[in-house]
Design a protein around this ligand. Structure first.
Ligand SMILES: [Fe+2]
Length: 458
C-alpha cells in the first residue's frame, strides 16, 4: 500500500477535558499537535471526535472540510451545537460504508484501544484516508510496567482511569505492538511522536526499545557502578538536572533506589524535565535543599564552594534565571569572594551552534553574565541539558555541559538540522581540585579493552 501512510502519534497526554470553542493556545496539547500535522483546506474525518474540539479548531483555523463520527449522544449533541457535521456511529461497524480515498486525513485520537477490532479499524483508516493520524496510550510505558511489577494490579493512571472491570479500553497495546500491526498490513509510518503526560513531545524511533520504555534508568545504574569503581572515590557527586523524565514522585523514588549505591553525598538541581516539589520531597531529607521556593543553595563543606542554581520553568524546555534568582546568586557570591566556587545549573548560558538545542538554553544569559563577571572566584559553571560535552569561555570563567549518562545528541551544526540522538558512549565528568586549580576529565562509561602497558614486558 505504497500510496497509503499513517502519521503515528502515541503517548500519555493529560486527559484534560476538550473544549470545542477553544482558542488555539487552549486546545489540548496532543490535539494541537495533530492539528499541526494537517494542511489547510483538506478533507478531514475525525473518528471518535468527542465534543468536536479538534474539528472546530480545524474548521476555524485551517478552513478544512471537517466531518466526524462519534458514538456518544452527548458528544454528537455538542458537535451539532457548534455547527459541526458529525454523525453518530461506531468505528468497529460503520467505517466500511465510506469509499476508498474519501478523505485526505482520517484522525483516530485516543480511540483505538477501545475498539473491538483494532486491526480492521486501522485497515479502514488507511483505506478511507490518504493519510491517517492515530494516537493511543502506550501500555509499554515504564510506569505502567512498574505498576504491574510492583503492585501486581492493572495500572490506573490519568489516561487509563478505569478499573480493569469497567474499562472501555479492551485492546491496549504498546508502541511496538502498533508498529508490528502497521508492518503486518503494509502501512508505512511517516512520522511518530511520543508525548509525556504533559503533552510534551519526544521524537523517538518507534521501532526502538527506548520509545517503548522511555527508560534511561539502566544507563544511570551503569553510571553509578562506574563511579563506584573509581579509585580514589570522589568526595561528592552532583547531578545537573533532568533527573527524571516527567517529574512524578514514583520516578524520583525509583531514581533514589538507583542512586543508593553511591556512598558519597549527592547534590541535585532541577532541569526542564523535573518538577520542584516531587524533587524536593525525594531529596529534602538530605538536608541541603531549601524548604520551599526555588531550588538554589550553597554548600560550604568542601575546598570548592558549591553554588546551585534553579533554571526550571514549569512546562517549558528552556530555562531562565529571573531577577529574584539572579539577586540571590549575586548575594551568595558576594558573601565569599575569596573562596573558589563552582556554579551548577541545568541550562547552559551560551549558544552552541546546534540550532535545535539553542532554542532551549538559558533565556537571559546576558543578565546572568553580568552577575558572573562581578565574581572572579567562579572556577567553572557546570551545566547539563545538551547531552554532549561543550565548553565555552563565559564572563571571565569557563562554562560547559556534561555528557549524558544515557543517549547523546547528534553533533550536527547544519542550519535547520533536525534534532537527533545517538547511542554514542554515555559519560560523566570527574572534576579534580588540586593545587588551587580545577581539572576536568570527561570519561565514557562501558567496558573497554585494556588498560595496556605502553612499555614492552620482558
Ligand atoms: Fe534538559
Amino acid at each position: 500500500m505504497a500510496d497509503r501512510s499513517a502519521a503515528l502519534r502515541f503517548g500519555t497526554p493529560d486527559a484534560a477535558p476538550a473544549n470545542s470553542s477553544a482558542a488555539p493556545d487552549e486546545l489540548r496539547r496532543d490535539l494541537r499537535l495533530i492539528a499541526e500535522m494537517i494542511e489547510p483546506g483538506v478533507r478531514v474525518l475525525d473518528i471518535g471526535c468527542g465534543d468536536g474540539a479538534l474539528l472546530a479548531y480545524l474548521a476555524r483555523e485551517k478552513a478544512v472540510d471537517a466531518r466526524g463520527i462519534e458514538l456518544s449522544q452527548s458528544g454528537v449533541n455538542a458537535c451539532v451545537r457548534h455547527g459541526l457535521s458529525v454523525i453518530q456511529g461506531d468505528a468497529d461497524r460503520d467505517l466500511d460504508a465510506f469509499p476508498a480515498g474519501a478523505f485526505d486525513v482520517v484522525v483516530l485520537s485516543q480511540t483505538l484501544q477501545a475498539t473491538r477490532r483494532p486491526r480492521h479499524v486501522v485497515e479502514a483508516l488507511v483505506r478511507i484516508g490518504k493519510q491517517a493520524i492515530v494516537s493511543f496510550p502506550n501500555f509499554g510505558f515504564w510506569r505502567i510496567r512498574l505498576s504491574l511489577l510492583w503492585r501486581g494490579r492493572m495500572p490506573v493512571s490519568e489516561l487509563l482511569s478505569n478499573s480493569w472491570y469497567d474499562t472501555p479500553n479492551i485492546h491496549l497495546c504498546t508502541i511496538r505492538d502498533f508498529v508490528g500491526l502497521c508492518d503486518e498490513i503494509g502501512t508505512k509510518i511517516e512520522r511518530s511522536v511520543t508525548l509525556d503526560r504533559h503533552g510534551r513531545p519526544f521524537s523517538l524511533d518507534p521501532r526502538g526499545g527506548l520509545a517503548n520504555l522511555l527508560a534511561a534508568a539502566d544507563f544511570l545504574a551503569r553510571a553509578v557502578a562506574e563511579i563506584n569503581r573509581l579509585e580514589p572515590q570522589p568526595d561528592i557527586t552532583v547531578l545537573t538536572g533532568d533527573l527524571v523524565a516527567v517529574g512524578e514522585t514514583p520516578e524520583y523514588d525509583h531514581l533514589r533506589r538507583i542512586l543508593a549505591p553511591l556512598p558519597m553525598p549527592l547534590f541535585v538541581i532541577p532541569g526542564n524535565h523535573d518538577a520542584r516539589e516531587p524533587l524536593r520531597a525525594a531529596f529534602g531529607g538530605d538536608g541541603y535543599l531549601p524548604p520551599d521556593g526555588f531550588i538554589q543553595y550553597v554548600i560550604e563543606d568542601y575546598p570548592l564552594r558549591l553554588v546551585a542554581l534553579d533554571t526550571h520553568i514549569p512546562g517549558e524546555n528552556g530555562g531562565v534565571l529571573c531577577a529574584a534568582r539572579l539577586a540571590w546568586l549575586d548575594e551568595a557570591l558576594a558573601m565569599a569572594p575569596d573562596r573558589p566556587t563552582l556554579l551548577m545549573m541545568h541550562h547552559p548560558p551560551f549558544l552552541t551552534g546546534v540550532e535545535h538545542m539553542d532554542k532551549s538554553t538559558l533565556d537571559n544569559a546576558a543578565a546572568f553574565a553580568e552577575v558572573v563577571a562581578r565574581h572572579p572566584q567562579i572556577e567553572r559553571i557546570l551545566c547539563g541539558h545538551l547531552h554532549r560535552v561543550i565548553d565555552r569561555r563565559f564572563a571571565g570563567t569557563i562554562a560547559g555541559t556534561a555528557p549524558s549518562t544515557a543517549h547523546q545528541f547528534a553533533l550536527n551544526l547544519a542550519p535547520g538540522a533536525p534534532l537527533r540522538f545517538k547511542f554514542e558512549p554515555a559519560g560523566y565528568q570527574l572534576h579534580l581540585w588540586q593545587g588551587g586549580a580545577l581539572v576536568t576529565h570527561t570519561a565514557v562509561i562501558g567496558d573497554w579493552p585494556g588498560p595496556f602497558s605502553l612499555r614492552p614486558t620482558g
